[in-house]
Design a protein around this ligand. Structure first.
Ligand SMILES: [Zn+2]
Length: 613
């Protein structure tokens, strides 16, 4: 097992280190070179909050700085004190623009980080969209919460107490992770409940909210698939509250920390401010990002600009060099628009995402067949096709697929309403970055085709237009955010179509447990919408083959690339693979299969630190 620094819990949760030099804080035993330290500050046994701190004898960097977006007991993790002093970080390296990878950057900048944030140009543009939206939504949420508390002072007090208890439990859990000890019963209980469905609390002030708005939570929730996260099983008016926790008063009484959990974690202005630190990097070009750390960004095939990050690291000047590979979110080989994930051959340590452990996507041809059949059926019945879709990545790929099917004469060119402002902005960014396209998409553009646009698309600008779609002449199609029916404009369309036998709802992404989307997908005959029971009379269809993530065979094939022609102990054969960005179940399924490749596999706990020799 990797060793922690005996007797030192760095980075302590209030760990304002006086100095960057490790010796000032935590001297290596016997004065020998101890190796660098890696801290798993997020995406450890969960699929959100990606954040890894690498600390060498001469530098300290973060890889990703994402927001937790699970249930309230998980998203409260955004509120615990930072595990490091941001002013001492040399750089933040960002794999891609989804909120659960970049969403804490404005917070960390506000807390004192002044270094560069390195990302591809595509990621920078998308992150701008995502972060400004996140800041704005947090401010709106905070105001809504204030209004609610003023109207319900009695319940507000109990609610605050519950939130502080959750925060305290999260802090305890982080400390247990740092120290390698078992968490207290209360913290463990909270951690376990972070994966539960919260069916009567559509929002939480704890969350620095993982806003249920178009697009911003695309990945977290889509990828939250196995997670059983948070979202209400019914769409309810804002103001529904969680059940009172009988232990809340007791625990809250003992809490020393009383931050204002209703305040935005950061504002839109903070988000704007944080953008100043972004610095573009190019795929495949190695650069020194901090003393002794050289980084290369490689195609991850997940969304536009997404990257695998390969680090060449020297713990101390003149010391041995180690290769660390961070997979980021790995895309599907053969997915449209962007290039496929890069296969690497050598590494000393690999952090590999594990979202789809134990799962296999249907073949692409089958996905195309289902999509074409569904559109034809809708056309034949003068119906409506509603596709809930996350704004960044998925919507662009879906439009691409529909455009291809029309071009091939496989489906009639029904009108297509694109009803997501964020998706439209993201599509503009996709159009501007032809340098990221794969050969197929590039060839289409060169031949005068416009595969990012559908011939009969209508980009919906505002709510009035969105509402007016219901009066349009059938048949037609709507793509609207968000992808799991947990919020956004798609909900308005669902209200109109849920009991319409001529309508079809087509799911193209994973539906998290406990979400309305999952209930429909599993054949619910009735659902609650706006507090009312509604019959489900529309048709429900699903396609899993358009995922933005590699499935288990894809993950294993990518990891196998590190082993080819080598045996354990050979140079370039990974000393250890860390499974991150996955829920416990998928990780448990994937780990033995990784071990079967001959790799030493470890699933780190939240806030675990390991020393890399
Ligand atoms: Zn992602």
């Amino acid at each position: 097992m990797p060793r922690r620094h005996a007797g030192c819990h760095c980075p302590a949760r209030n760990g304002r280190r006086a100095s960057r030099e490790r010796t000032a804080h935590c001297p290596p035993s016997g004065g020998t070179i101890r190796g660098m330290d890696l801290y798993f500050l997020g995406a450890a046994t969960t699929v959100t909050g990606s954040q890894f701190l690498l600390e060498t004898g001469q530098a300290r960097i973060l890889v990703d700085c994402g927001m937790f977006q699970g249930g309230p007991n998980e998203s409260v993790r955004n509120r615990i004190p930072l595990a490091y002093d941001p002013a001492t970080l040399d750089a933040i390296l960002l794999t891609h623009a989804h909120l659960d990878h970049c969403g804490l950057i404005p917070h960390v900048v506000r807390e004192g980080f002044r270094g560069p944030i390195r990302a591809t140009a595509g990621t920078i543009e998308l992150a701008r969209l995502v972060l400004l939206d996140s800041g704005r939504l947090q401010e709106e949420f905070s105001k809504r919460e204030d209004r609610w508390e003023r109207r319900h002072p009695d319940r507000a007090e109990a609610d605050d107490a519950k939130e502080h208890a959750a925060l305290e439990a999260a802090i305890e859990l982080a400390e247990a992770g740092e120290q390698g000890t078992a968490p207290t019963a209360a913290a463990a209980s909270f951690a376990a409940r972070s994966h539960e469905t919260v069916d009567d609390a559509p929002t939480s002030t704890l969350a620095a909210p993982a806003p249920a708005a178009p697009g911003t939570i695309r990945h977290a929730q889509e990828a939250a698939h196995a997670e059983g996260v948070h979202v209400a099983t019914s769409i309810q008016p804002v103001g529904g509250r969680g059940r009172p926790d009988p232990e809340a008063d007791l625990r809250a009484a003992g809490a020393e920390l009383q931050p204002d959990l209703d305040a935005p974690l950061y504002t839109e202005r903070d988000a704007v401010e944080s953008l100043r630190g972004f610095r573009p990097v190019r795929y495949g070009v190695e650069e020194e990002v901090a003393p002794g750390i050289h980084a290369t960004y490689l195609d991850a095939g997940h969304i536009l600009g997404s990257a695998i990050i390969r680090l060449r690291v020297q713990d101390v000047p003149g010391g041995p060099e180690r290769i660390l590979v961070f997979s980021g979110d790995l895309g599907r080989t053969g997915a449209p628009i962007i290039a496929d994930p890069t296969l690497l051959g050598d590494a000393d340590y690999v952090l590999c995402e594990s979202t789809y452990g134990g799962r296999e996507h249907e073949p692409t041809a089958e996905a195309h067949r289902i999509l074409a059949d569904t559109v034809r059926l809708v056309a034949e019945h003068d119906g409506v096709l509603l596709v809930p879709s996350f704004a960044i990545g998925r919507t662009q790929e879906l439009v691409w697929e529909l455009d291809r099917l029309v071009s091939a004469g496989e489906i009639p060119a029904l009108p297509l309403y694109l009803d997501s402002p964020m998706a439209s902005k993201a599509s503009d960014i996709y159009r501007r970055h032809a340098e990221y396209y794969d050969a197929e998409t590039r060839a289409l553009f060169e031949s005068g085709d416009t595969p990012l646009d559908y011939p009969k698309q209508v980009v919906v600008a505002d709510m009035a237009q969105s509402t007016a779609i219901a009066k349009a002449r059938r048949p037609y199609m709507i793509v609207a955010s968000n992808g799991m029916l947990t919020g956004g404009r798609v909900v308005g369309h669902l209200r109109n179509l849920i009991d319409d036998p001529a309508a079809t709802i087509l799911f193209v992404g994973y539906q998290g447990e406990g979400t309305l989307g999952r209930h429909l997908q599993e054949g619910a005959k009735t659902v609650r919408l706006d507090g009312q029971v509604r019959d489900v009379r529309c048709r429900i269809a699903s396609i899993s083959g358009f995922s933005a993530h590699a499935d288990e065979p894809g993950l294993l094939a990518w990891l196998a690339g590190f082993t080819h022609g080598k045996r354990a102990g050979d140079p370039g054969f990974p000393r250890r693979v860390f499974l991150v960005h996955g829920d416990p179940g998928p990780q448990a399924e994937l780990a033995p299969k990784v071990a079967a490749l001959g790799l030493d596999v470890h699933v780190p706990r939240w806030h675990e630190a390991v020393t890399l020799d």
